[in-house]
Ligand binder design. Structure first.
Ligand code: APR
Length: 397
């Protein structure tokens, strides 16, 4: 059997795309290398921009997040100089965030996709986007079909392949092998990302600037909170005991001055290196990418899942044009439609990274860098113009 679209990867990008395609009468099959429990249990991001909530709502995918998500309109900055709250819901475009753990969104998206009659093959690892001998860059299999090889299973063919398989996926590899270039930056910073079984300690997202490094507090649910601690590149999470984590969080979040954190068991800890990249062209021929496959964005402004939703929305429309109406202009324009918005998100993410991370050390360069960091923070605290800039970009996609 041949699908209209073979989607590789059941993350937010692949699942939103699959749901939108089914809704438009385009049949698809999703190949996901992990099992369902692993995909549904993976705790990741949790901040949905207003644009993402709109897309999910308009497409009948928002019941869970509207029922259980929490609206956030403020964030808090702390440093040696004190703290202040930005009411970003009243600044810039006046848009909120919806906090809804990504694994819950993924669960909702899988359930709805299956309810719509979609097929997902869990435990199916795509090995290669392949064509017959002489097939084209994007894996043409003749007669407008493309073939995906599945490890230990039968090939799956379709009219198009959507690579939604993350930044180490085969979709990206197939494009870059044929000359698609990647623009990238290593922000040179790492975070110890910790998930704890404790209610949030602040009413809002908290960003702490500290000479020992950045610390972050992100609400997830009433019972689970995400914390981040900037750490040296190459840090082994095993070196961070629960005690050490809470002690360091207390120092950087200045609990001496602002009150204690609500502690709980550490559920997960992992080190994330802050890196960003963007494929200069997120598709060609019969292979198109969305989400982390098309570009990885550092987590400093929580844009990753939101870009995945944006790209899935644009790609669904483009694939519908090609498959239902024989009109390839949407695909031809896909890069031009999404890249400017992707780059805006990267620009702001990079700006946030500069705000949150000062250089370590006491040499002249480090002291200069930290002074700039505090000057930026002070401008954000006092300038309405700067606050509007922040809010518009913080919530915008
Ligand atoms: N075959 C099948 N599935 C694969 C393969 C493969 N070869 N390679 C990867 N996958 C699957 C992974 O197991 C994963 O479930 O593709 C999926 C990719 O999902 P994500 O990594 O969540 O990527 P994406 O959907 O693009 O969502 C991106 O969500 O949490 C945020 O910060 C994250 O910004 C990121 C956003």
């Amino acid at each position: 059997a041949q699908a209209g679209v073979v989607i590789v990867g059941a993350g937010p990008a692949g699942l939103v795309l699959g749901n939108l395609l089914l809704d438009r009468g385009i049949d698809c099959v999703i190949l996901e290398r992990r099992d369902r429990a692993a995909v549904e249990g993976r705790a990741r991001a949790g901040f949905l921009a207003a644009h993402s909530v709109r897309v999910l709502t308009e497409n009948g995918l928002a019941a869970g997040l509207l029922a259980r998500g929490k609206t956030h309109t403020t964030c808090l900055f702390r440093s040696v100089r004190g703290q202040f709250t930005l009411d970003y819901g009243k600044l810039g475009l006046g848009e909120p965030h919806t906090v809804y753990p990504q694994q819950e969104l993924v669960r909702d998206l899988i359930a709805e996709y299956l309810r719509r009659g979609g097929e997902i093959r869990f435990g199916a690892e795509a090995e290669e986007v392949a064509g017959e001998a002489g097939g084209e860059a994007a894996g043409e299999a003749g007669e407008g079909r493309v073939r995906v090889r599945v490890r230990g299973g039968a090939d799956v063919t379709g009219r198009y392949v959507a690579g939604c398989d993350g930044h180490r996926g085969i979709g990206r590899a197939a494009l870059t092998a044929h000359g698609t270039r990647t623009a990238r930056r290593d922000h040179g910073v790492s975070w110890l990302a910790v998930l704890v079984a404790a209610p949030p300690s602040l009413e809002a997202v908290g960003y702490a600037l500290h000479e020992r490094g950045f610390a972050g507090h992100m609400a997830r649910t009433a019972a689970v909170t995400r914390y981040y601690l900037q750490c040296p590149r190459g840090t082994d999470p095993a070196d961070w005991s629960e005690d050490r984590i809470w002690t360091e969080l207390a120092i950087r979040l200045r609990t001496d001055e602002f009150g204690p954190l609500r502690q709980g068991a550490v559920l997960e800890k992992a080190v994330v290196d802050l890196r960003s990249d963007v494929l200069e062209s997120p598709g060609a021929g019969r292979l198109w990418l969305a989400g982390d496959a098309a570009g990885l964005i550092s987590p400093s402004a929580a844009k990753g899942a939101n870009l995945a939703v944006l790209q899935a929305e644009l790609l669904a429309r483009a694939l519908e044009g090609a498959l239902a109406h024989g009109d390839g202009t949407g695909l031809a324009r896909y890069a031009a439609d999404c890249l400017p918005r992707v780059w805006r998100a990267h620009e702001f993410s990079h700006w946030m990274s500069g705000l949150l991370h000062g250089p370590a050390g006491e040499d002249d360069e480090a002291r200069y860098g930290r002074a700039l960091q505090y000057a930026r923070l002070e401008s954000l605290r006092t300038s309405r113009t700067h606050q509007d800039f922040f809010a518009e970009n913080y919530t915008g996609i």
